[in-house]
Design a protein around this ligand. Structure first.
Ligand SMILES: Nc1ncnc2c1ncn2[C@@H]1O[C@H](COP(=O)(O)OP(=O)(O)OP(=O)(O)O)[C@@H](O)[C@H]1O
Ligand SMILES: [Mg+2]
Length: 217
């Protein structure tokens, strides 16, 4: 039976807003919740998870693991943080066991393991460089996939992530952050299935409060 889907969207104007969003959403997450994070390199997935970890009472610093695909952090609630960019498609690392573990599971680059996730899930998509509400922001200098992909050796299919990180793509942000609108992210949160939809009011309230509080006058 097809699950119901409810999608909430908002504009996240800054890194700080993204972190706060993660931190606030952590308060309404439950053990066993699954969050799949989609977005291009540098979109802000790890930034969001850093806030999430903070909100779950985790004191360790969450980083984007390059060689370790799954990192577990212990706090008020345990967090399994996955980054599957380098996972060969179709390889199962025992994903169901992580989901059944009574932890929160946050997955960056979940595409390679598409078949292994339960249908009930939260899907967070982060877009940037397009669909901006801010009319003053020219999209010309806003980072897009093209900014990064020339630095990634796509012919080396198993290690593109390492190469992408080696070129310090975050430096690109430092340069482009001078440009108005460069830190704007368009975010959508889809709640798939009753497990999540029944908490819709809480999710909606947090998105609205954080995005409103951080948006420019
Ligand atoms: N609104 C924003 N939200 C999140 N990050 C932002 C925002 N504006 C600027 N940034 C910057 O963008 C970068 C996002 O990096 P981050 O590691 O979170 O991306 P990612 O999606 O996890 O990338 P990867 O696919 O390489 O793992 C950081 O340097 C952060 O400071
Ligand atoms: Mg990341």
């Amino acid at each position: 039976m097809a699950e119901d889907v409810l999608t909430l969207t908002c504009t996240v104007p800054s890194k700080e807003a993204m972190t706060e969003l993660g931190r606030r959403l952590a308060a309404v997450l439950k053990p066993g919740d699954l969050l799949l994070l989609y977005g291009a390199l540098g979109a802000g997935k790890t930034t969001f998870v850093q806030g999430l970890a903070h909100g779950l009472g985790i004191e360790d610093t969450v980083v984007s693991p390059t060689f370790v695909l799954i990192q577990t952090y212990h706090g008020r609630v345990t967090l399994h943080h996955m980054d599957l960019y380098r996972l060969p498609p179709g390889e199962d690392l025992g994903f169901q066991e992580y989901v059944d573990d009574g932890a929160v599971v946050a997955v960056e680059w979940p595409e390679s393991a598409e078949d292994f996730w339960p249908v009930e899930r939260m899907v967070l998509s982060i877009d940037y460089g397009c669909d901006l509400d801010d009319r003053d922001a020219s999209t010309d200098d806003i980072p897009t996939h093209d900014v990064y992909h020339p630095n990634v050796q796509l012919d080396d299919a198993h290690h593109p992530k390492v190469l992408a990180h080696d070129v310090h793509h975050h430096d690109v942000f430092t340069d482009t952050n001078n440009h108005p609108g460069s830190s704007i992210r368009r975010l959508s949160l889809s709640l798939v299935g009753k497990r999540y939809i029944e908490r819709r009011a809480e999710f909606e309230k947090i998105l609205k409060e954080v995005c409103d509080a951080h948006s420019r006058p």
